[in-house]
Write a protein that binds this ligand. Structure first.
Ligand SMILES: Cc1ncc(COP(=O)(O)O)c(C=O)c1O
Length: 310
């Protein structure tokens, strides 16, 4: 039987032993940064492929700088620890790995300085997040994306996810799958946990990082695959809300969401209301790449061979 393990206070322990106290600073004030890493199960070679682990830890390092958190382990060690957790836990399905660096001091008082930091990494089984086949029905959120002048969205700060949760819940309670957030200027920013791309006249367009988006690793993957495999370069520029209504195709990218077509925005069908041709082509290439099936992109995938068979 698979048993989840975690890296906690410097050791790898069964997940159930990784507990923090109620006075922990990060629990009280949202002063932590995190990552989400996918482990994609490949049934043919009975292997979980961890996707772009190093890039996730590089982004974690940047988030730590922004939030004045000390990352005690170097990137090589964090990659090794992640592999060790996946292999020991023994899952034979898609998994999600969650590294967090948090202000671990048990102290009351709002600030970033003068506090201890600690790192935790845990694993959980994780299936599809949005409907990749049918596509997602989205609406434009009434919640604006947080601004770099408030809490920088380029850092994956736990506290920022209140903004995402407000938007996601509003979308779902209104009968949609996902929210599209505009930034304070009213330009398209991103989903609650995804970057967004529109396709107009064969051109792929995505908001700029300065439109208050997380600089997504899946987005960078989609941009590279579109260029190398389809010969389509992606343009980064501001996107107006009304462009969502006339786009030929829209898709979202994210570690959880993979590459999900958007088939409806604000009750208007995108294109003919079905996943479009460029999105579908890109999606097929993407899923082969993340499951270690394409030799050209094997360097993105770290194979984890589980030690327990169920
Ligand atoms: C707000 C937000 N935008 C975009 C993304 C996509 O980033 P990535 O592809 O690196 O997972 C995520 C997911 O981590 C996210 O939470």
């Amino acid at each position: 039987m698979p048993t989840p393990y975690a890296y906690f206070q410097g050791d790898i322990v069964p997940l159930e032993q990784a507990k923090i106290g109620v006075m922990t600073h990060a629990f009280n004030y949202g002063t932590a940064v995190f990552e989400g890493i996918r482990g994609n199960w490949n049934e043919d070679d009975k292997t979980i492929y961890l996707f772009r682990v190093r890039e996730h830890f590089q982004r974690l390092q940047q988030s730590c700088k922004i939030l004045q958190l000390d990352l005690h382990d170097n990137i090589d060690r964090l990659c090794e620890l992640t592999l060790e957790i996946v292999e020991r836990s023994g899952y034979e399905e898609d998994v999600y790995i969650r590294p967090l660096v948090y202000k671990s001091s048990e102290q009351v008082g709002v600030r970033l300085h003068g506090l201890e930091s600690d790192t935790v990494i845990f694993i959980t089984p994780f299936g599809p997040y949005l409907d990749i086949e049918k596509g997602a029905r989205c609406h434009t959120s009434t919640w604006r994306r947080v601004d770099d002048l408030g809490i920088p969205p380029r850092a994956k700060v736990t506290g920022i996810y209140v903004n995402s949760a407000l938007a996601k819940t509003e979308a779902q309670l209104n009968g949609f799958d996902e929210a599209i957030m505009l930034n304070a200027d009213g330009h398209v920013s991103e989903g609650s946990g995804e970057n967004i791309f529109i396709i107009r006249n064969g051109r792929i367009i995505t908001p700029m990082p300065s439109d208050n988006v997380l600089e997504g690793i899946t987005a960078a993957t989609a941009v590279e695959l579109a260029s190398k495999e389809l010969g389509i370069e992606t343009v980064e520029r501001q996107i107006d809300r009304s462009e969502l209504y006339i786009a030929d195709e829209i898709f979202m990218t994210g570690t959880a969401a993979h590459l999900t077509p958007v088939v409806e925005v604000d009750r208007r069908p995108v294109g003919d209301g079905k996943p479009g041709p460029i999105t579908s082509q890109l999606s097929a290439i993407f899923f082969d790449a993340i499951k270690g099936k394409n030799e050209r992109y094997r360097h993105w995938c770290t194979p984890a061979r589980t030690r327990v068979t169920s």
